[in-house]
Design a protein around this ligand. Structure first.
Ligand SMILES: [Zn+2]
Length: 146
């Protein structure tokens, strides 16, 4: 086993603190939720929240600026109903000219933070039916904790 594999399969996520679910780490749980989106349009409708929540709870790979922009976008989306289309339009603009969103690997610093809800509260294997509601709840708890 490579060190990377060990790290990825830590029992609890070194960033958001979520436990493995069915031996799936956070990234794989995110993939699980996204794979449900094809069948559940109400979950697909929350795609922005799903990805924003995941990224906000796994900020190490992003620049501080990218995370600050994502926080603002989520807050405006939840509090003021800023549409996902508008968020995309603004991001398109701010990332014009290839501004970097990801940090160099050497500058990534994993800091674990405790959250009320993590992806493991949303990704409940074989229970996609209420996943959209769980995503909304997840976003609301993150909004409170930002
Ligand atoms: Zn995590």
């Amino acid at each position: 086993m490579k060190i990377d594999d060990k790290f990825e399969k830590a029992e609890f996520c070194p960033e958001c603190g979520a436990p493995l679910v069915d031996n799936m780490n956070c990234w794989e749980q995110l993939g699980g939720i996204i794979s449900w989106e094809y069948e559940y349009p109400e979950l697909l409708a929350e795609h922005f929240k799903t990805v924003a929540c995941y990224n906000l709870q796994h900020p190490a790979q992003f620049t501080d600026e990218a995370i600050a922009g994502l926080k603002t976008a989520l807050i405006e989306h939840l509090d003021n109903g800023l549409s996902v289309a508008e968020i995309r339009r603004r991001n398109g603009k701010s990332y014009e000219g290839n501004r970097r969103v990801l940090k160099d690997i050497s500058k990534r610093n994993l800091v674990q933070r405790k959250w009320k809800m993590t992806i493991s509260d949303v990704y409940i294997p074989h229970c996609p039916e209420r996943a959209a509601e769980r995503v909304k709840e997840w976003a609301a708890t993150i909004r409170e904790e930002l």
